[in-house]
Design a binder for this molecule. Structure first.
Ligand code: ADP
Ligand code: MG
Length: 298
């Protein structure tokens, strides 16, 4: 069997960057994107494209050492932060701020504490009601449908503090999905959950993605979570942050398969091995850079 890591260049698809063009339009595209905070270069030379395939959303996981700029990139895509270099396009247009087509889900539960589950899920529909042509009845129906999809029926009238961590994260997911964003951004969404709840949420997310087909970009620090959730893994290197590996071909589909079952499959184990190996190389390179910088400084 060929070792996909023996030639990083073949498995590192350093973003088609616009040059290697698919015929498809793009959902998201970065060209030479960089972010500087004063003199500090957080991200540099970020190139990628995510194709807009018909009826198919791509699921990307970002992995990388802490501080390599994953949240920074996610914030740029969300429109919370402007890149200082290069271009970042959503459906071919430069991103100039947050919009309803992109929904963000954070690690911390981001629901309103003074609103019930049902009110929380209805909130986005209500504040956008001029643009969304839903009647009040349709809004309620949509909110209740979403509450059911994320497995919270029976909890509609509870407040966030009356729910477990996993349930609170379900509310956050329902609040985001109810607005039907075509791009969903998640920054370590399950990091605060205990392991069984995390696995439950992973399964829920993959099944929702499979049904609804949005583009999803998730930041995680778990290789197994990245391989289970996504079908494409970007591994970041730091100083400055950029995408060192873009791994796709070896990631098996997992929709309809619980995480603990998927993890036992040889294809899954092989993908974990490939991704872990790439991650180690990046970490090794980061340490080598840090050591040589310390040497130079000393
Ligand atoms: N607003 C900011 N001002 C200055 N430095 C920042 C700011 N936001 C992030 N950074 C720095 O940029 C780097 C990348 O941060 P971040 O994107 O949060 O990393 P990650 O999410 O990969 O852990 C870190 O070194 C961080 O300290
Ligand atoms: Mg982060």
């Amino acid at each position: 069997m060929s070792n996909p890591m023996s030639n990083p260049v073949s498995s590192v698809r350093p973003s088609a960057g616009g040059a290697v063009g698919g015929a498809l339009p793009t959902v998201l595209e970065a060209r030479g994107l960089g972010v500087r905070f004063g003199n500090f270069v957080a991200l540099a030379g970020i190139n990628f494209r995510i194709d807009d395939a018909p009826n198919k959303g791509e699921f990307v996981a970002m992995l990388g050492p802490s501080g390599c700029g994953k949240s920074t990139l996610l914030n740029c895509i969300a429109g919370f932060l402007q890149p200082t270099d290069g271009e970042l396009l959503v459906h071919g247009k430069a991103i100039d701020g947050p919009a309803r087509d992109r929904g963000m889900i954070f690690q911390q539960y981001s629901s309103f504490p003074h609103l019930t589950v049902r009110q929380n899920v209805l909130f986005g529909l209500q504040i956008n009601h001029h643009e969304l042509a839903y009647s009040s009845e349709q809004r309620t129906d949509r909110a209740l449908a979403l509450i059911q999809q994320v497995g919270l029926d029976g909890h509609e009238h509870k407040y966030p503090h009356q729910l477990s961590g996993g349930q609170q994260q379900r509310v956050a997911i329902a609040r985001t999905l109810v607005l039907e964003p075509r791009i969903i951004l998640m920054d370590e969404p399950f990091s605060a959950l205990d392991e069984p709840t995390r696995l439950e949420m992973q399964e829920l997310l993959v099944n929702l993605w499979y049904r609804v087909q949005p583009t999803i970009i998730v930041v995680t620090h778990s290789v197994a979570e990245a391989v289970y959730l996504s079908e494409r893994v970007w591994i970041f290197t730091r100083n400055p942050g950029c995408i060192a590996y873009d791994i796709r071909d070896c990631i098996p589909p997992t929709a309809g398969i619980p995480p603990l079952v998927a993890q036992e499959q040889p294809k899954f184990k092989e993908a974990v091995r490939v991704v872990t190996e790439a991650f180690r190389r990046v970490e090794g390179a980061s340490h080598a850079t840090a050591a040589s910088a310390a040497k130079t400084a000393g």
